[in-house]
Design a protein around this ligand. Structure first.
Ligand SMILES: [Zn+2]
Length: 471
């Protein structure tokens, strides 16, 4: 008995001793949060700088994709230098990240670190996370620049060959017509010879296609305005002033959105913030300065996205998906599709528009028509699954929560979408029929001028989209 007591006593002392030493070690969570603060003090790595940088690079990429004279844009903005400089800075910080972590951890050398390797891994992940989007964006920019070099190279080749081929053509026509005069009745067929230039003929073909690809596709919502597959939401119903006058939300888009958040409903205690981007079309009414916008296809983020209460990062992969989908939609429909909306959730936090939401909005907006971009914020844990619609006002400021006069309900939208889907499935719609000029008149409030501006502003916004003022 005494022995047992003694043993207990011994174990007690030992474990107490152990506890004391382990309490001295610094917990990883403490170090991680100190490290986050630390990188905020580094001008290059702090969040604001990274966001500005990312916005800047994305804007260049966007412009390059929509610009008619890319070479001039590259020269004007000294983009090659810019890219080299940015890549240099990024590389510098990436190469020095081990040293930076070593330096930072020195301060804990005396106390010891709870689980040093795990801690180092977390700090490295934080750094990679901070620079990851920048790296993706720079790669995108580099790709655009390389594309351009290829294109301008083709362009110069092209002109030389065009002249050579033209001269050859004239010679051949002359020769044939001369011989035709000698042998009456031979019809000159000048075509086959120039294509003997094989690859030259091909390069010319490629360039022509490339050039048409940069031209804006048809901007129209005519097939949507009276289409029962689209939910109409007038801005006047949810706020006093908005640059977007009306949204047309496709039933399948609502269903996808609802399904995306279905896991939150099933498991409310473990609801996670989540988001996506929405592609659609837009039309600008030049007279009123208002936009009509459709929300049609969701694009989900890749595995590099981070959604947390105070961190909202869609990652780089979704950008590639968005570009891919936009290209596909434009090719298939011959319509000008763009990123018209983005969505994210605030499960249980209520609907509002935070500062980080604002910075995402600023990064995603269109370079020449920034005001049509719309944001939906969903609180999945309210009974009706509240949806707030945030739009820009015409002065370019975004409506805040206080300016919203109405919340929508994802549940009610979903019920509508299901009904609408059943009805439209009964009468199958021709998939995206840009040629049908049907439904020219919009109902009650929207006035016929809407549909007339649809076509009249097409050219105006076409032109405007090429005019990028670097502000
Ligand atoms: Zn938010």
């Amino acid at each position: 008995m005494k022995k047992k007591l003694f043993l207990f006593f011994l174990v007690g002392i030992l474990s107490a001793g152990f506890n004391v030493t382990s309490a001295k070690e610094v917990e990883n969570a403490v170090i991680i949060s100190a490290f986050r603060q630390h990188i905020e003090s580094i001008p290059y790595l702090n969040e604001a700088n990274m966001q500005t940088l990312n916005a800047e690079i994305s804007e260049h990429v966007k412009c390059l994709q929509n610009w008619s004279d890319k070479e001039a844009y590259i020269k004007d903005h000294e983009l090659q230098d810019y890219l080299d400089r940015q890549k240099g800075s990024l590389k510098y910080y990436q190469n020095s990240s081990y040293a930076m972590i070593d330096d930072f951890l020195l301060q804990y050398a005396d106390q010891g670190i709870e689980n040093e390797q795990a801690c180092r891994d977390s700090l490295m992940a934080i750094l990679n996370d901070r620079t990851g989007m920048c790296e993706t964006n720079l790669n995108l920019l580099e790709r655009e620049l390389n594309n351009k070099e290829e294109q301008s190279f083709l362009d110069t080749i092209n002109w030389t060959w065009v002249i050579i081929v033209a001269v050859l053509l004239v010679c051949i026509i002359l020769l044939i017509s001369l011989s035709g005069k000698k042998q009456k009745g031979v019809v000159p067929q000048p075509k086959p010879n120039p294509s003997n230039g094989g690859s030259n003929g091909n390069t010319a073909g490629i360039v022509v296609r490339r050039k048409t690809a940069t031209i804006l596709k048809k901007q129209s919502l005519e097939d949507v305005m009276e289409n029962p597959a689209y939910l109409k939401v007038d801005a006047i119903d949810f706020c006093e002033e908005s640059a977007v006058r009306r949204l047309y939300i496709k039933n399948t888009c609502i269903i996808d959105l609802y399904n995306m958040y279905a896991s939150d409903l099933a498991n409310p205690n473990n609801a996670k913030e989540n988001g996506c981007m929405v592609l659609g079309r837009w039309v600008h009414d030049t007279e009123s300065g208002e936009y009509y916008v459709s929300l049609e296809h969701l694009v989900m983020p890749g595995d590099d996205a981070v959604f947390k209460e105070y961190e909202l990062n869609f990652g780089g992969k979704i950008k590639l998906s968005v570009l891919e989908q936009l290209r596909r939609l434009r090719r298939e429909t011959n319509m000008q599709y763009d990123l018209t909306c983005w969505v994210h959730s605030h499960p249980g936090l209520s609907v509002f528009f935070s500062n980080s939401d604002l910075s995402v909005q600023m990064q995603l907006k269109h370079p020449t028509h920034p005001n049509f971009l719309t944001a939906l914020v969903v609180d999945t844990l309210t009974p009706k699954e509240d949806v707030g619609i945030f739009t820009f006002r015409r002065d370019g400021n975004i409506n805040s929560k206080n300016e919203l006069t109405k919340m929508y309900s994802l549940k009610e939208w979903y019920a509508w979408a299901q009904k609408s889907l059943r009805e439209t499935a009964a009468a199958p719609e021709a998939p995206a029929a840009p040629e049908t000029p049907a439904a020219p008149q919009d109902s009650a409030t929207s006035t016929p001028e809407v549909s007339s501006t649809v076509s009249s502003t097409t050219t105006a916004s076409d032109g405007a989209s090429y005019q990028y003022s670097s502000n």
